[in-house]
Write a new protein. Structure first.
Length: 281
């Protein structure tokens, strides 16, 4: 087993801002108007690169295909998933998606502002595929975010091509720790990833960053251990490669923190109207 910790400093996300942002996103999505497989903004413009391919908009079972548009498809016949027929688009209309080879599909499992939202995401690109389930408990007052899923790659040997994982973020505990520095016995953020040979676990908790204003100082604890009957052999390999593994993981955490710190201040500077305008672009 290899275990180490690493600390990153992050720009904060104020809870009132997140609540307002979720409200803005929810309102924007609920105001979209289905027109066949297209989704129209309140001003009548179609949402690019997204099609409603099954079910009623934002109802359980609704499925959306998402893909970059290729201009060459304009005016070509595309299959209609609902009835299996083909319809020829107006060449002057926006180019349709390359269906059914959508690179991503989002399926609504639940959409309720009081109970929460559950979505399933399937992404396929070349020989790589990800299936992800996401659940957010309540939109009005977000409390718990849970993720679970699996990833598959066809060109990775020795069982490493199959990876399963799950993560949970208790938002009440996160903000409490971020403001006071005190955490509950179980940390606010936990994650685990498994494949044939290894199990990786992450635990993270914030506290106020000393001398850095409202920023968060987040301590991340990483543990990697062997699995299966090869556990003794994997333990030896982990012991030999512990330094390289630590450098790789801490480097990835620092890179992710840098991207967070470049992006988050611009987002939290937006009010609800600015967020909604940004979503419509």
């Amino acid at each position: 087993m290899v275990s180490f910790s690493h600390t990153v400093v992050l720009e904060p996300v104020p809870r009132p801002w997140l609540v307002g942002a979720l409200s803005a996103v929810r309102a924007e999505l609920e105001e979209l108007r289905p027109d066949g497989q297209r989704l129209l903004l309140p001003d009548g413009r179609p949402v690019p690169d997204v099609r409603l391919v099954r079910g009623r908009h934002l109802n359980p079972g609704a499925a959306y295909a998402v893909q970059a548009v290729h201009a060459g498809y304009a005016g070509h016949a595309v299959p209609d998933e609902e009835d299996g027929k083909e319809a020829v688009r107006d060449p002057g209309a926006p180019a349709p998606l390359a269906h059914p080879d959508a690179s991503a599909r989002i399926t609504v499992k639940e959409w309720n502002r009081h109970r929460g939202v559950r979505l399933a995401l399937a992404v396929t690109e070349d020989e790589f595929a990800v299936d992800l389930n996401a659940a957010l408990k309540t939109l009005d007052r977000p409390e718990l975010l849970e993720l679970s899923g699996r990833a598959r790659s066809e060109d990775v040997p020795l069982g490493l091509s199959r990876l399963r994982g799950r993560a949970a973020l208790r938002l009440d505990d996160w903000w409490s720790a971020a403001h006071t520095g005190h955490t509950s016995p179980s940390v606010p953020l936990t994650a685990r990833a498994d494949h044939f040979l290894l199990r990786g676990e992450i635990r993270a908790a914030p506290r106020p960053a000393a001398g850095n204003g409202p920023r968060w100082e987040v301590r991340v604890i990483v543990t990697v251990r062997g699995r299966s009957l090869l556990r003794p052999l994997v333990a030896v390999v982990l012991r030999v490669t512990a330094g390289r593994l630590r450098r790789a993981v801490t480097g990835a955490l620092d890179t992710a923190a840098g991207e967070w710190n470049r992006t988050v201040p611009r987002l939290v500077a937006m009010d609800a109207d600015q967020l909604r305008n940004a979503l419509r672009r």
